[in-house]
Design a protein. Structure first.
Length: 349
């Protein structure tokens, strides 16, 4: 880390942690995040052209989500666009587009989960290889933290669905990235995905890359202001590529297992991606996922469903984008559930 980054004093760090998330991992929370993914900025060819190959949500789209009663959006972005050269500065144009979304969300009272949607890759290079060492990810997040650390409603999600990376190596890389964020003076909440595609259904399973339930316990944050982001879809292989929801019972059981793990280990969780088609059985399972998370706000910080965004085809089974005809059934259900329990947006007193 360069000399321009400073560490927070221990006392300030402790006060920040106690004020915003409770004095301990299982303390009474003062925030919850409930909303949707606003997709589009992660898509298209790289680097691509903004508003042609990829698109950021507009202020109007952000306000619409707030008007439905949500408290958060998750914003997937691409590393290669945000930092065109490893260890180099953030791209001014891309950072400006981020600024506009953060401004719109803050004005609407929403938190924004900044999701690095790269699966532990930069181009064709995998994290943990000589071409893409863990230090590169830490450098990126140190720069993001230096720019956005003063925005309390911005949540830093280190990496979407890492895969092909051994669990211990990913836990070490996540810890290094968190250290860079804290060294920049940022107190923002941090989300850490598990490896092996981050599925709740396999969180405690022994997989070729390791066991998230064991390996992720090594993640450290000097402020203890982090949570584990898990994802869960309902189709037969849990991939979210099919409209059917035959694996819903196993998906719900997997989320229950993650909840038990969080409670047993004094950790916090966040359901960052989940989705379902409008079929009645799938809608029921969608609601059940949300209700399980909302039932224990000490263990779960909230959820963001997949996915809204103006460029999804209208026949996409998980499309949550409102139209002139109104909200899709899944979005209407999620909005009702979001309003069903008291919820304080991040940073609320």
């Amino acid at each position: 880390m360069t000399g321009r980054r400073r560490a927070l004093p221990v006392l300030a760090a402790a006060v920040a942690a106690a004020t915003l998330l409770g004095a301990s991992a299982r303390g009474a929370p003062t925030a919850c995040l409930r909303g949707v993914n606003l997709s589009g900025a992660e898509g298209g060819t790289v680097p691509g052209r903004a508003n042609f190959d990829y698109v950021y949500p507009t202020a109007e789209e952000v306000r619409r989500m707030a008007s439905l009663g949500f408290t958060a959006i998750r914003l997937p972005v691409r590393w290669e666009r945000l930092q065109p050269r490893l260890d180099g500065p953030l791209d001014a144009g891309e950072a400006g587009r981020l600024d506009a979304v953060f401004d719109a969300a803050g004005a609407a009272g929403l938190s924004t989960v900044l999701d690095l949607h790269n699966y532990a890759y930069y181009g064709r290079d995998r994290l943990g290889t000589p071409a893409l060492p863990a230090a590169a990810l830490a450098d990126l997040w140190g720069r993001i933290a230096a720019r956005y650390g003063a925005r309390g409603k911005v949540v830093f999600s280190l990496m979407n669905e890492p895969h092909d990376v051994p669990g211990p190596a990913w836990a070490a890389a996540a810890t290094e990235a968190i250290a860079a964020i804290r060294a920049a003076g940022a107190r923002n909440l941090v989300l850490v995905s598990g490896t092996a595609w981050d599925g709740a259904h396999s969180w405690t399973a022994d997989l070729p890359t390791g066991n998230n339930g064991r390996d992720m316990l090594a993640v450290r944050d000097p402020l203890d202001r982090f949570a584990f982001d898990v994802h869960q879809y309902l189709d037969a292989d849990f991939s979210g590529r099919s409209a059917e929801c035959s694996a819903a019972p196993r998906a719900l059981a997997g989320l229950d297992a993650v909840h038990a793990w969080l409670v047993a280990n004094g950790r916090r969780g966040f359901l960052g991606e989940f989705g379902a088609s409008a079929a009645p059985a799938c809608m029921a399972a969608l609601g059940a996922l949300v209700e399980r998370v909302d039932a224990d706000p000490k263990a779960w910080l909230g959820w963001t469903a997949w996915a809204a965004g103006p460029w999804w085809p209208r026949d996409y089974p998980f499309d949550l984008q409102p139209t002139a005809a109104g909200a899709p059934p899944q979005l209407a259900l999620l909005a009702r559930l979001a309003k069903g329990r008291p919820c304080r947006p991040l940073g609320a007193p």
